[in-house]
Design a protein around this ligand. Sequence first.
Ligand SMILES: [Fe+2]
Ligand SMILES: [Zn+2]
Length: 342
Amino acid sequence: MGEKYFVCACFYAKNIFLKQIKMHVEYRNKSQFLTAYRKILEENGYHDESETEKLILEIEDEVARRKRLGLYSLERQRVIKQSYTPIHPEIYTLKESFLSPKFLDLVQYCKDTDATFEGVFDYMQETEISRGYMIPVFTEEFCRMFLEEVQHFEQSDLPKGRPNTMNKYGVLLDELGFDPFFSTLREQYLVPVTRLLYPDQGGGELDSHKVFVVQYKVGEDIDLDCHYDNAEVTLNIALSPKDSYAGGNLYFGAMRTEYDAVDHWKEIEHKPTFGFLHRGQHMHGASPITAGERFNLILWMRASSVRNKKCPMCDNIPDLQEAIGFGDGFTKPEIVDICSVI
Ligand SMILES: [Fe+2]
Ligand SMILES: [Zn+2]
């Protein structure tokens, strides 16, 4: 990773998801929060001051967690590297045998200089979702081994970071040592495809990512409320075999900027081993699972060339803050010293 990556300062104040009132809030300080959300809190049964205080403490904890995220993550990575024994060490480096032959055909077509947007549809399926595409990604065998690895890690007593405020259960795959795997997958296999499908989202310039596994289980997280991703393009891969859960489809509405609450939602049924590609700003969620458990792999792909102009989470020019690893995918545009050029 030659480039240095950053997060936007809005990460420390905006888009904090409160499960209790099912919405993302902004938190600068207590009085700003109470002024902005008093009515909504009351509508959600927060009449008692001590209950509201509890909620505020929870938010402040989350803000503190976000500020320490980079350091804690590095520390977890170090401990995991030292103490974790993988059950399938061979899957930590991407091999073509892990990929579906149909995916390899798609990628090969897309790498051809004559490839066109229309031509891609000979190799993958369009769906009812606008600019949402179902693509074959992994083999069944790889999904099985990968799931075993993730569950093996889950069962260990090693420290675990959680994907975000919406998913309490899941694994951050870079902490487990999968970053080189997904960098190769993104750079050599996915970007040739997204270059044709999403040129307007920086599809040919997706230069960083965040990758995690989410877990839905009856009795734990069963669904995912409507949201958009901190990504230009998202790939959501269904890892679990079809007979291991019931329910839990993905649903999509409008793009974030066109969204209204009475949107017409469309559901799609996810196919195991397939990935669903969509624009990060497309509003979506997951309906409740009704039995069993289901694991999905989420790859948020970012294009610094797009987000450096406007942060997708606050709609401003990003206020860059130091970060570790890929941060949230922002880079500092190089300042050209005009004197030295002349
Ligand atoms: Fe999402
Ligand atoms: Zn921002």
